[in-house]
Design a protein around this ligand. Structure first.
Ligand code: UN1
Length: 506
């Protein structure tokens, strides 16, 4: 309550001090860090110079030579310490996510929890980086595969998950034996400085971390391009818009680097008549309005069965009209600000386009909260058809509602967009659920039943198909993208049988 009365800037400066960010890094530069809560300046940061970026990349290449030789469980110890630092700093770092990205506290803390979870996962993984032993066709031979560290990983992150996305990549990269060079969004540099300070604490406690294992590049496109083009950085993991991925992907491919791309989503839910409608309403509300519609997994399209259409739209309209929009620090608020004025303009323009395409808009109004903060009531838009604007990802809380009469039609429409990240079906009919999950069902990287498309756990592989970029991060076997695979064939006999029965007698 008291803290709500602090200006976001004062609030953020106090949190940054508690998190151990050097105050010298917060003034004197030209890059302005703002809070979306009121648009006011929090700090002025100095960009990384090209010479410093070069030193960071060279330093990572050097650190790699040492770190790849540290036993993986010992590398895991660093990530365990990072997890401890994150647990201890959870309140403050979550608060900073609220102040810099605008998330409500439960979501700010949830993001830090995601970091802690991936650290735990990676620590376990540090003893499980195993390859296969494969039957060979030759006598007295053994064939196996070995996973080796690959080299520095460039991590480009977006404003909407300003800390978690770094950790999904970094926790895996560190246990896999790779240094990490981080280029965060220009909109969320303070959280990046705070995470770097926590990493440095963990590294000091570990005691054997080579200099240059983790570095931070502050700046705009040029510095990102330098990272993307550098052959000393074999893996680039980039999260952001499809437009960004379209530039990054080919540049990395040009030098035969490996890109892990996690780009736009246009996530859908199909609501069938058999569904538990109370549960569906809650799932849809969180997925569509949570994080003010600024998750890449945000629910953007609802395919609502004709037989329940009117009743469910009425319930949704009530939920949209009653959700509390405001200063995310205030109790009861579920929807905070959009990140900036550009995001607000994009939302307003999308609603205009939807109206022009025959849509009926409920909500979406400007809400005056504080200073220059860009607050909007989430919008529910009934659409007669899947118009161009619906097929486009607008990073804002807009849920398009479309009517369908049969499941095949809904699945086809769901898949008929350029993106392929997350999807879900609400149904209590086993056949509907299984059809949705089948080879002829959802074409997304994430397909859920009776939960919304957003809020994935770290244990699964995270990412999607088509314009979403194809990359996978976090759990399952996503770690393999951070290592190189060697196939080893060993002859322990005294003859030299060749594969495929080839003879070559000299
Ligand atoms: C993103 O928005 O970039 O599944 C990622 C979720 C979160 C991650 C979102 N675990 O919504």
């Amino acid at each position: 309550e008291t803290e709500t009365r602090l200006s976001p800037a004062d609030d953020a400066r106090a949190v940054l001090a508690r998190l151990g960010v050097d105050p010298a890094r917060l003034s004197g530069g030209d890059r302005i860090a703002r809070s979306p809560l009121d648009g006011a300046e929090i700090a002025r940061l100095t960009d990384t110079t090209p010479a410093e970026a070069e030193a960071a990349i060279a330093g990572a290449a050097e650190a790699f030579k040492a770190w790849r030789l540290v036993p993986a469980p010992e590398r895991g110890r660093l990530v365990a310490l990072l997890g401890e630092e994150l647990r201890a700093a959870k309140e403050d770092l979550g608060r900073l996510v609220t102040l810099e990205a605008g998330k409500v506290p439960a979501e700010g803390l949830g993001e830090v929890q995601e970091m802690i979870d991936i650290c735990d996962f990676a620590v376990g993984l540090s003893r499980q980086l195993h390859g296969l032993t494969i039957a060979t066709e030759r006598p007295d031979h053994r064939m196996m595969e070995t996973w080796h560290p690959i080299g520095p990983v460039g991590v480009i992150t977006a404003f909407n998950f300003p800390v978690a996305v770094w950790s999904w990549n970094a926790a895996l990269a560190f246990v896999c034996g790779d240094p990490v060079i981080w280029k965060p969004s220009e909109k969320t540099l303070l959280t990046a400085l705070a995470v770097t300070a926590l990493f440095e604490k963990a590294a000091r406690r570990h005691g054997k971390v080579p200099a240059g294992l983790a570095s931070l590049l502050i700046g705009g496109r040029e510095i990102g391009e330098k990272l993307v083009d550098d052959r000393r950085v074999p893996v680039i993991s980039a999260t952001g818009s499809t437009a960004m991925g379209r530039k990054v992907g080919p540049r990395v491919a040009e030098r035969f680097g490996r890109a892990i791309l996690e780009l736009g989503g246009n996530n859908a839910a199909i609501l069938q008549p058999s569904a538990d409608l109370e549960l569906a309403l809650r799932g849809i509300a969180f997925a569509a309005m949570g994080t003010a519609g600024q998750r890449c997994t945000t629910l953007r399209r609802l395919f609502l069965h004709g037989s329940i259409y009117d009743g469910f739209v009425t319930r949704l309209k009530a939920a949209y009209a009653s959700v509390k929009v405001g200063d995310p620090r205030e109790a009861g608020v579920l929807v905070g600000p959009l990140i900036d004025a550009d995001a607000a303009r994009a939302m307003d323009a999308a609603l205009e386009a939807a109206r022009a395409a025959g849509g009926t808009v409920h909500g979406g109004e400007v809400v005056e909260v504080m200073g220059q903060g860009q607050y909007r009531r989430p919008a529910l838009v009934e659409m007669p058809a899947q118009a161009d604007i619906v097929r486009h990802e607008t990073f804002a809380p807009i849920l398009y509602v479309l009517r369908h009469d049969d499941l095949a039609e809904a699945i086809a429409a769901q898949n008929d967009v350029p993106q392929g990240l997350a999807s879900s079906i609400f149904t209590n009919d086993l056949r509907d659920a299984e059809r949705f999950l089948s080879a002829a069902g959802s074409d997304c990287g994430i397909a859920n039943v009776n939960i919304g498309p957003s809020g994935a756990e770290i244990g699964g592989a995270f990412g999607g198909e088509k314009e979403t970029g194809g990359g996978r991060e976090a759990g399952s076997d996503a770690w393999k993208a951070y290592m190189r695979r060697a196939t080893n064939t060993i002859n322990y006999g005294s003859t030299l049988p060749l594969a495929q029965g080839v003879t070559f007698d000299i």
